[in-house]
Ligand binder design. Structure first.
Ligand code: 9MR
Length: 375
């Protein structure tokens, strides 16, 4: 090797060393030299998080810089739900949703819509008519108007919608809600999926290119719930309902059984026998780590718990990359920006994410960043 080539090799080696050291020494998720989750997983899936529009107010803030650095898909945590967008029959509030979609477009980020119909955070006016319970006919019309108005407004812009959220109950049956009770078996075909079908058909008519998702929790952790969802979606697909995919919320726990999750994903993957291009999205991921002493005081995680958290995340991300390689998954979303922003913090502190409070990077963040390169 000539003198010049040797110098060149040394310079390149030094630069590589500097870059990798820089990444490992990055302290915060918004640091210039911090590696990016979205970048690390670009060959597998988009990586996103749930935000609130106040996170977009200050371009110098850690949350704003973290969003741009780490994520390439986003969803609103609360501001695109029925109570926020459609508080009374004649009132739509689109200001925050508009601000969110504009921000995403300006920054090449894919926005999701969460959620068109839900039993929770849903105003009561939907179900009332002059003080009485509304009729099925009127409620069907209200569902159509609600879905059509919102989806048409963001036609071609919001690429993926949670059309309905949490319609399967914890008992494995269709959830009993005002929607299922009032609309009931409207078409007389023996099932009560009619409110769901109405919402999907209206969403598809409003934006034929949008991805329409049926979203729920515990699909990954409960085989009975996965089977119930399988049966419901199978019936609706056979009836021609335009469902494009399943949303797995993935509110999981430290030490979650990843082998069981893999099996539950495969139960729902069998829907591809009916719809070959059916997709999955991970829509609300977090990994809870409640930690209290016997007196109910918050205490820090032990080293063993932290290691278990890292291992469970590694196994989970390997499973998610497998699903991506099967062509089933192209988007995962964390339900919050960092530990301090999670809905799981209440009376008890929680540490569910890869990014800690104050946007500090945990060691497991780097494990997850390194994973795709190791496959
Ligand atoms: O994170 C949301 C929290 O701020 C709200 O108070 C709560 C109200 O129900 O909804 C939370 O988000 C939920 C999501 O919309 C649907 N799946 C479960 C999420 C966590 O509860």
């Amino acid at each position: 090797m000539g003198h010049f080539a040797r110098i060149l090799c040394a310079v390149v080696a030094a630069a590589v060393l500097l870059c990798s050291c820089g990444a490992q020494t990055a302290e915060f998720s918004y640091d210039d030299n911090a590696p990016s989750l979205a970048e690390a997983y670009k060959d597998y899936f988009r990586v996103g998080c749930a935000i609130n529009t106040w996170n977009l107010d200050n371009p110098d803030s850690p949350e704003y810089k973290t969003i741009l650095k780490q994520f390439n898909t986003l969803v609103l945590e609360n501001e695109s739900k029925p109570d926020a967008v459609h508080p009374s029959e004649d009132t739509y509030n689109f200001a925050n949703f508009d601000k969110f979609v504009d921000f995403c477009e300006e920054n090449d980020i894919v926005p999701r819509g969460h959620t068109l119909l839900w039993h929770s955070q849903c105003p009561d006016w939907f179900f009332k008519d002059g003080g009485k319970e509304v009729s099925a006919d009127v409620l069907i019309q209200r569902i159509k108007d609600h879905v059509t108005t919102i989806v048409s407004r963001y036609k071609g812009r919001v690429k993926s919608w949670d059309v309905v959220n949490e319609v399967i109950g914890d008992d494995g049956q269709l959830r009993y809600s005002n929607w299922s009770k009032i609309v009931g078996d409207y078409d007389g075909d023996g099932d009560k999926y009619d409110f769901i079908e109405t919402a999907f058909i209206a969403a598809h008519e409003a934006d034929p290119d949008a991805r329409l998702i049926i979203n729920d929790y515990s699909l990954e952790s409960s085989s009975s719930k996965a089977i119930r969802m399988y049966n419901a979606v199978k019936k609706m697909l056979e009836d021609g309902v335009p469902i494009d995919g399943i949303g797995f919320q993935m509110h999981i726990g430290n030490g979650q059984d990843v082998a069981a999750m893999t099996e539950n994903y495969q139960i729902l993957a069998r829907l591809r026998e009916i719809k070959p291009d059916l997709v999955f999205e991970v829509t609300e991921m977090d990994m809870s780590t409640y930690n209290q002493d016997q007196y109910g005081n918050n205490i820090p995680l032990t080293k063993e718990q932290e290691e278990l958290h890292a291992k469970t995340y590694i196994d989970t991300f390997n499973m998610l990359m497998d699903l991506s390689e099967e062509g089933l998954l192209d988007s995962i979303i964390f339900w919050g920006l960092c530990d301090g922003n999670s809905w799981l913090n209440g009376q008890r502190d929680n540490y569910p994410f890869l990014i800690a409070r104050e946007f500090k990077l945990k060691p497991e963040f780097f494990d997850i960043i390194d994973l795709p390169r190791k496959r």
